[in-house]
Each structure stands twice: as structure tokens, then as C-alpha cells.
Design a protein around this ligand. Structure first.
Ligand code: SF4
Length: 345
């Protein structure tokens, strides 16, 4: 099956039945081969430098009830918090001093965090740190809101579509949320001019190989600048508490497939992968990832942004652990890049 890997690297796509074979019949040897090919492509485009993004988890309040998410509205066992504008700016200050030039504001769809408040926070960050990129990951909003944030200085937006298949989407989300709406948001973000990120959880409950093929083809057609691929990890206070985790192997297989299809895309080695296995970050990078997102949130709030069980937020997953991260990267022949790391074709 190496021919499918070679074809994917050369032509950047495969036919659905070829993807199917790759996804269902990939053994350890083929996985090593596709990881190597993807790493080579990543090295060719980015060298041995890994971009860092400072992650600020601005609120764990959310109006939605996605069945897989630990901060869903219906979880009564979570202490809720919302950072003030001052606290967010403090995180940026600390991050800037550490060398970060991208801030990622991530949070649930918090009704108290109105469009006006977000716009004003983005403006303040942009004013104080004009040389930094601002990424938002705040869920679905009306197009006008995305436009306002963009005008205020936001450059990038992350919104994972999670699954392209409508019935699978319904298995993961309650009535009232819509796959079509999410895809429309992604379209809006692209049209406005954001560097746009999407992605999926690998091994989410009910996910089939056919769903993954649809996701691969959807992402091929969307051409996002950023692609987030992490394993599904259950959270004890969700309806999927007993569902098994996604596997490391399938996650890094998909990561490599996306790297071969999208050589210039910004692809993180996710915190979820680092939570699933201690060497997850390194394995992600060796499979073609070129971004990591250390946590800049205030230490006392980190444990409350509890998307799944045992989420990593210390050591190399934390902004203050940059030296540990540097060491881990050096061990596999990489180093941190302190550049903004914008998407380049
Ligand atoms: S996945 Fe996002 S939208 Fe869904 S409940 Fe969690 S934070 Fe809210």
C-alpha cells in the first residue's frame, strides 16, 4: 500500500476507495512510512522549527450541550469561570515577555461574553501588541460578529467542524445545533479573510471510516489554513463517559494524511494527543505537525477548563514550561520558533 502514500504525496489526493484502504489496512510498518513522508514534507516547508501559540482559555461557560464536551451546559459538577479583560491582557503580557507572538483566545459560547466585549478585548490586545497575531476560538457567531472581530484586529479563527456527516453530527450534538450552520460559519470566516482552522476528533463515538473519508474530502475542498486533529477523549460527566478513547495510531495516521494533502497548513500536535500518551507531542511532530499551543491561562483556572479527563496543562503544555518544551523538541531534532507563524502558501 506504499503506492497510496507515494501517490498522496505526489498528487495530494486519493480516490475514496484508496483512502478507505489506507485507513483500514494500515499496519505498523506503513504507519512509520507515512509518518516519515509527512515529516519530510513538513521539514521541507517549515524546517525544524515549531511555532508556539499562547493559549488563553477565556471562559468555561457555554450555552451548548455537545455530548462529548466536559464544559457543556448540562455538567453541574464544574466550577465555572470567566476571565476579565484585565486578566486576559495580563496573560498576553506574560506571554509576550516569554516570546509568544500569537495569542489564542479560546472559550465556550458564553452568552455573557458578548460580541461587544470580545471586540473590545481584541482591540485592546491589538493596540498593546500590534506585532502579534490574534486567534479566536469562540464557536459559532453571526457573520457580522466575525466581521467586527476581524476589523478589531483578529487574524485567525479556529472552528472544528467535528464531522461532515449529518447523522454522525446528530449523534454528537443535541437538537438545536446544526451541521449546516457550522459549515456556513466556516465559509463566512474564509470569505471575511481569516486564516481559518477546522478539524475533527479521531475516534469520536459513532465515527466510521466512511465519516473520516467525508471529512478528508470536505477539508480538501475547504482548504483551511489550520487543521486540528486530536484523539477523542471521554469526560466523566458527559453521556460519552464510558466511550473508548481514540487511538494514537489513527490520530497520527490522519495527521500525516492531512500533512501530505496540505503541505503548507499549520497543524498542531494537540494537547489531547499529549494527554493520551506522554510522548504524544513528539509523535505528532514526527508525523508532520508543526505547531504547539502551550497554556497561558491563569494557573488557578486551568483545571476548570476541563474538556476531557486528565487534560494536560502543566509541564511542556504550559507557557511557563517552555524550557521543558524546548528540551523535548531538541531531543527529536527540533526547536521553538518565536515567529508569528502566519500561513504562507
Ligand atoms: S464543544 Fe464547544 S460548543 Fe460544544 S459544549 Fe463544548 S465548548 Fe460548548
Amino acid at each position: 500500500m506504499r503506492q497510496w502514500v507515494d501517490k498522496l504525496r505526489k498528487e495530494r489526493t486519493l480516490r475514496p476507495e484508496e483512502f478507505r484502504q489506507l485507513l483500514t489496512e494500515c499496519d505498523g510498518e506503513l504507519l512509520r512510512y507515512i509518518n516519515e513522508q509527512a515529516q519530510e514534507v513538513s521539514l521541507r516547508h517549515f524546517g525544524n522549527r515549531i511555532f508556539i501559540r499562547g493559549l488563553i482559555e477565556v471562559s468555561n461557560c457555554c450555552r451548548n450541550n455537545c455530548y462529548y464536551c466536559g464544559i457543556r451546559k448540562g455538567n453541574p459538577n464544574l466550577e465555572r469561570y470567566r476571565l476579565t479583560a484585565e486578566s486576559i491582557l495580563d496573560c498576553c503580557k506574560q506571554g509576550y515577555e516569554l516570546g509568544f507572538r500569537t495569542f489564542v483566545l479560546q472559550g465556550g459560547e458564553d452568552p455573557v461574553l458578548t460580541d461587544e466585549r470580545i471586540e473590545s478585548i481584541v482591540s485592546a490586545i491589538h493596540r498593546n501588541y500590534p506585532d502579534c497575531a490574534i486567534t479566536l476560538s469562540l464557536g459559532e457567531k453571526p457573520r457580522e460578529a466575525y466581521e467586527r472581530f476581524f476589523q478589531a484586529g483578529a487574524n485567525r479563527y479556529l472552528l472544528r467542524h467535528e464531522t461532515y456527516d449529518k447523522s454522525h453530527y446528530r449523534q454528537l450534538h443535541p437538537e438545536g445545533m446544526s451541521c449546516g450552520r457550522r459549515l456556513q460559519c466556516l465559509q463566512d470566516l474564509k470569505e471575511i479573510g481569516y486564516q481559518t482552522g477546522t478539524g475533527i476528533m479521531v475516534g469520536s463515538p459513532g465515527q466510521t471510516v466512511e465519516h473520516l473519508i467525508q471529512d478528508i474530502l470536505f477539508i480538501e475542498q475547504l482548504r483551511p489554513e489550520m487543521i486540528g486533529i486530536g484523539p477523542f477523549l471521554p469526560h466523566r460527566d458527559t453521556p460519552f463517559a464510558q466511550s473508548p478513547c481514540g487511538t494514537v495510531e489513527q490520530t497520527i495516521l490522519l495527521l500525516s494524511i492531512f500533512r501530505l494533502m496540505h503541505p503548507s497548513a499549520l497543524i498542531p500536535a494537540t494537547t489531547a494527543l499529549a494527554t493520551l500518551t506522554p510522548d504524544g507531542r513528539e509523535r505528532g511532530i514526527l508525523a508532520g505537525a508543526n505547531v504547539v499551543m502551550p497554556n497561558l491561562s491563569p494557573q488557578e483556572e486551568r483545571k476548570k477548563y476541563n474538556l476531557y479527563n486528565n487534560k494536560a496543562s502543566l509541564g511542556a503544555e504550559s507557557a511557563e514550561g517552555l524550557r521543558i518544551l524546548q528540551q523535548q523538541l531538541e531531543n527529536i531534532g527540533y526547536q521553538i520558533s518565536f515567529d508569528r507563524g502566519d500561513y504562507k502558501q
